[in-house]
Design a protein around this ligand. Structure first.
Ligand code: ADP
Ligand code: MG
Length: 295
């Protein structure tokens, strides 16, 4: 799927052995420790993981807001480790839309919803007529056209989030990155906001990467990527199957992720169940590999 030269087919995002080290004085924090991730065009994936596992760091890098320390990160034709300042501006303006983790940080208190959606288009020198048309369409698509003339303080948390999504989509990005968009919302409201993201993915064809803590959200996308200690540890794929009686049900299968060097992470409960520690025995069978305790 991935070649040395880069990306083939419909692959949109490729991260390989991605590393981000934060240096604060003498202290070094390895926020990403060799993360691998591939996202296909048109996909909607959820990223899950404990607090501090590196989810926001990953999204900031993909958003072009933060730069990786090492590894590879490509989005479309862009190499995120080797972008000029001008490219970065272009990338952030046209390729990605970003909804940040704190709801309030996405909106400007003294602007109305309509003015906020208008702003990124003004920066991109879109004509006034086009801006008017597009902001009306987006506010409508996100179900907030009735609140177009309200400022953030006059909107509920869910409405604010939907306006923030509309702002992120203003310049028709190919990728929408949303960092815990439902984190501060109650169950019903977060279902609405998540539904809006799904509509954006399905109706506008935008590739969506959403970070979430909410199992109800991750349970509804076809692929969930779990991050642990700054690396991708497992993926859950979901597909709908039709039973003999014609009814449909969702099958979820968990996969371990193997990096290019062949490393995989064995889940803690598996390790504990068989007391696997530093050394294990591997054996190649005709169609599988066994891992045994070193006893
Ligand atoms: P998550 O979003 O999964 O909670 P983050 O990506 O925010 O995780 O953080 C991953 C790790 O990097 C944490 O240990 C965090 O404290 C650290 N970190 C994140 N941003 C910075 C920063 N700007 N400076 C120093 N350390 C940071
Ligand atoms: Mg975070």
């Amino acid at each position: 799927m991935i070649t040395e030269s880069g990306v083939v087919g419909m692959t949109l995002i490729v991260c390989e052995s991605l590393v981000r080290i934060y240096q604060t004085g003498p202290v070094e924090v390895q926020a990403l420790q060799g993360l691998d991730l591939v996202v296909e065009k048109g996909e909607m994936i959820a990223v899950v993981g404990a607090s501090g596992s590196g989810k926001s760091t990953l999204l900031s890098i993909l958003a072009g807001v933060d730069a990786p320390t090492a590894g590879r990160a490509h989005v479309e034709q862009w190499d995120l480790l080797a972008m000029s300042r001008a490219d970065r501006v272009r990338y952030r303006r046209h390729t990605v839309g970003f909804v940040r983790q704190q709801t309030a940080s996405n909106l400007i208190p003294y602007l109305t919803a309509r003015q906020m959606v208008d702003l990124p288009m003004t920066a991109a020198r879109t004509s006034a007529g086009e801006r008017r048309k597009r902001s009306a369409e987006l506010l409508e698509a996100l179900g907030v056209s009735a609140y177009a003339d309200r400022k953030p303080g006059q909107l509920s948390g869910g409405q604010q989030m939907r306006v923030a999504i509309a702002v992120a989509l203003a310049n028709q990005p190919h990728v929408l990155l949303a960092d815990e968009p439902t984190g501060e919302l109650d169950t019903a409201t977060s279902a609405e906001v998540f539904g809006a993201l799904r509509d954006v993915n399905r109706d506008l064809g935008v590739t969506v990467v959403v970070v979430t803590h909410d199992p109800a959200v991750s349970g509804q996308v076809e692929r969930t990527v779990a991050i642990r200690d700054g690396r991708t540890s497992s993926e859950v794929l979901r597909r709908t199957a039709t039973a003999d009686d014609g009814g449909t049900h969702v099958i979820a299968e968990e996969y371990a992720v193997m990096d290019r060097a062949g490393r995989i992470q064995v889940p803690r409960d598996y390790r504990e169940a068989l007391a696997l520690t530093r050394r294990v025995r591997l054996a190649l069978e005709p169609d599988h590999i066994t891992i045994r305790p070193d006893a």
